[in-house]
Design a binder for this molecule. Structure first.
Ligand code: RB5
Length: 149
C-alpha cells in the first residue's frame, strides 16, 4: 500500500477533489477522503481540522485541502502546531512551498485555478523536496515557543 494521504474540501472544492483523488490513486497513494462528499454548502474548517490534525499529530506526513480561495482552509489548518499549509495557485509556488517552506499541507484555490493547472500544482508539490540549510533555520522559527507569548 502506498503513502496514506488525507484530502478534504468544502463544497467549492468538491469537484476538484474528485479529480485530485483520481490523480493520487494513479500515482499509488492510499487516499483518505475526509469529505465533503457533495456540492451541498458546508463549512470548510471541519475538513481543514480533519486533515491538519492528522498531519500535526504525525499520523500522516502530508495532506491536501481545497476550498474556493484556499484562504479559509489555510487559516484553519495553520492553527495546528507543526502544520505548514501553503496556498498554491501555480506549480512554481507549489515547488517553492516545498523547497523553501517545507509545506506539509497543500491548499488549492479551486475557484481560481483550471483543473489542468491544479493537477500540475499537485504534481509539482508532491515531487519537490525541502532544501534544508538556511531554510531549516527559518522554518524552525515559525513555531511559537511558550516564552515568546
Ligand atoms: C465558500 O463559498 C467559500 O467561502 C470557501 O470555499 C472558501 O473560499 C473560504 O475561504
Amino acid at each position: 500500500m502506498g503513502e496514506r494521504i488525507p484530502i478534504g474540501s468544502d463544497h467549492a472544492g468538491f469537484e476538484l477533489k474528485e479529480k485530485i483523488k483520481a490523480r493520487l490513486a494513479e500515482k499509488g497513494f492510499d487516499v483518505d477522503d475526509v469529505g465533503t462528499f457533495s456540492t451541498d454548502s458546508t463549512d470548510y474548517p471541519e475538513y481543514a481540522k480533519k486533515v491538519a490534525s492528522l498531519v500535526g499529530a504525525g499520523k500522516t506526513e502530508r495532506g491536501i485541502l481545497m476550498c474556493g480561495t484556499g484562504l479559509g482552509m489555510s487559516y484553519a489548518a495553520n492553527r495546528f502546531s507543526g502544520v505548514r499549509a501553503a496556498v498554491a495557485w501555480t506549480p512554481e509556488i507549489a515547488t517553492l512551498a516545498r523547497n523553501h517552506n517545507d509545506s506539509n499541507v497543500l491548499v488549492i484555490p479551486a475557484r481560481f485555478v483550471a483543473e489542468e493547472t491544479a493537477l500540475e500544482i499537485l504534481d509539482a508539490w508532491l515531487e519537490a523536496e525541502f532544501e534544508g540549510g538556511r531554510h531549516s533555520r527559518r522554518v524552525s522559527k515559525i513555531e511559537i515557543e511558550t516564552e515568546e507569548c
